[in-house]
Design a protein around this ligand. Structure first.
Ligand code: GLN
Length: 537
């Protein structure tokens, strides 16, 4: 295979412009033309990975098959491209420094002063090229987190500058994402912030090749020309990126703006065919023309910040489209649910999902929500902590184990129905030490899970320390909560189901990480199907 081509995506003017979605959309279009593409993200913060970050800080932590705890943008990459990412696809400043410092301690630089340039920038460049060197991809898109001008972004920008110098001009391009603010009083789109952010890049030695301009209003030909002239790019390289109704419209909008064609032109790659977006458009049509509507409650404690549940929310979009159903998600704060208000908060729902989480805050409300779903036969889906809560609820209210709990919340409970996994007991360090990544699970044929997956062997991704305590398995089985998915190697319980119920499924893993536009997750699909049936009944 030829040397891979590199596309770097930087951001200017403000944060939150949607670099991840633009990167994923561009990748999608290139993939749909027949290119093998992957996306990686370099984040400028000092955490070694986002695994130790509170969701309020940084939204959801996405987990890959190989057990990396990563930025939520990797979720978008996978959902758009339908191909898995890995540990190598997300790198932080913390990881770079950790590696360089460890090497320094080993004596790798004996006698030398270890410096940002060249040691840190060399390590950044090495990692930027790592995936490319596998030979698996023709095009590597690298999204740089942060905004141009941030102090902490400087080593990354310098690394890109050096790479551009080292590689052939047509092997490495920079796409810069900016904002054109609209001044309502003068009815004008302003280009100055874009010009300034390009100047900032130029000060660091980088001339961007393409500008993707976020805007609330269409960008006229004149404005595009002005931006091209002042920012020194070709006129076709100013791309309009209007606000879209959904993130899934962005690839189509970018196709209309010919972003993919312009990129291929700059990389001197053939356009091959027009992008084959049929299955994508088919998904969009179903998503936008639902025949049904259901209300699903997402019960969690981070509901003020929906980004904390990004993959779950997107999995509902995929499962909704597959059922031709609009899923109206209601974010319900678990701390606000009480026995007294349960009916008012949950009574109108067609499905209840209890979300993943850590620690004791909001647990009581989650238990009440599970009880309400179980008793009123409302479709229920529990994910990770949500599954653990369903076990605790069943123990307390069906088995009569009054203080049953997870030892995460109550270390002294008489009924530790959820307990620390044995191999977790000695671990004290927090970063990257949970049970992480893909594990196999075997399904019993007589289960909702088997019906959903239509096979007995599955693999799903994990991120937890606690597990179902199998000492109590028999009691649960006798009373109607069944373990329908088991890890064949460790015998850990991965799925619980209550049989006498239209849909009551709790999973110890995170199915949401594997749902994509083209492959909606089977459990989400069946959960929504059950919610549609419930709403019709
Ligand atoms: N806190 C629970 C555990 O560590 C659940 C984790 C989760 O929901 N991701 O096992």
């Amino acid at each position: 295979m030829q040397n891979p081509k590199y596309i770097f995506v930087t951001g200017g003017v403000t944060s939150s412009l949607g670099k991840g979605i633009i990167s994923a959309s561009l990748a999608k279009l290139l993939q749909a033309r027949g290119y093998s593409v992957t996306i990686q993200k370099f984040d400028p913060y000092i955490n070694v990975d986002p695994g130790t970050l509170n969701p309020y800080e940084h939204g959801e932590c996405f987990v890959t098959d190989d057990g990396a705890e990563t930025d939520l943008d990797l979720g978008h990459y996978e959902r758009f491209l339908n191909t898995p990412t890995s540990q190598a696809n997300n790198v932080t400043t913390g990881r770079i420094y950790q590696y360089v410092i460890e090497k320094e301690r080993e004596g790798a630089f004996l006698g030398k002063t270890v410096q940002v340039i060249p040691h840190i920038t060399d390590e950044i460049k090495r990692r930027m090229k790592l995936i490319g060197e596998t030979g698996k991809y023709e095009i590597i898109i690298t999204e740089l987190g942060g905004t141009v001008g941030d102090i902490e972004s400087l080593p990354y920008i310098e690394a890109v500058r050096q790479l551009r110098w080292e590689l052939k001009q047509e092997d490495c391009i920079v796409v810069h994402l900016t904002l054109l603010p609209y001044l309502a009083t003068s009815h004008e789109l302003k280009t100055k912030p874009t010009q300034h952010s390009v100047k900032l890049l130029l000060e660091s030695g980088i001339q961007p090749d393409i500008l993707v301009c976020r805007s609330e209003h269409p960008i006229s030909k004149e404005i595009k020309k002005k931006i091209a002239l002042f920012c020194n790019v070709t006129p076709n390289a100013v791309i309009e990126a209007l606000d879209m109704p959904t993130i899934y419209d962005v690839p189509i909008a970018m196709q209309k703006e010919k972003l993919d064609k312009t990129v291929l032109g700059k990389l001197k790659l053939s356009s091959k065919n027009e992008p084959d977006m049929d299955s994508w458009l088919n998904f969009l049509t179903k998503h936008k023309n639902p025949k049904h509507e259901v209300k699903v409650g997402l019960i969690g404690k981070y509901v003020e910040l929906p980004d904390a549940y990004k993959s779950i929310i997107e999995a509902f979009v995929h499962a909704g489209a597959s059922n031709e159903c609009k899923v109206k998600l209601e974010y319900i704060h678990s701390e606000l649910i009480t026995d007294e208000n349960a009916n008012q908060k949950l009574g109108h729902l067609d499905g209840i999902l209890v979300a993943p989480g850590f620690g004791g805050r909001g647990i009581d409300g989650k238990i009440i929500a599970v009880k309400y779903a179980r008793e009123n036969k409302i479709p229920f889906f529990g994910i990770c902590l949500g599954m653990q809560i369903s076990v605790i609820e069943f123990a307390r209210n069906v088995l009569g184990y009054k203080d049953a709990h997870s030892t995460e919340m109550n270390a002294k409970t008489k009924f530790p129905v959820i307990d620390l996994m044995p191999d977790q007991k000695k671990i004290t360090s927090k970063g990257g030490t949970m049970r992480l990544g893909a594990y196999t699970c075997e399904l019993s044929k007589d289960s909702k899970a088997y019906k959903a997956y239509d096979k007995t062997k599955i693999t799903e991704r994990h991120r937890h320390r606690y597990e179902f305590n199998s000492k109590f398995a028999k009691d649960f089985e006798k009373s109607g909560m069944h373990i329908t998915g088991i890890n064949p190697d460790t015998k850990l319980a991965e799925i619980v189901e209550v049989k006498d119920h239209p849909f009551f499924v709790g999973v110890q893993f995170h199915p949401e990480y594997k749902s994509t536009v083209l492959t909606p997750h089977p459990l989400f699909v069946k959960f929504i199907k059950a919610a549609v049936e419930y709403s019709n009944s």
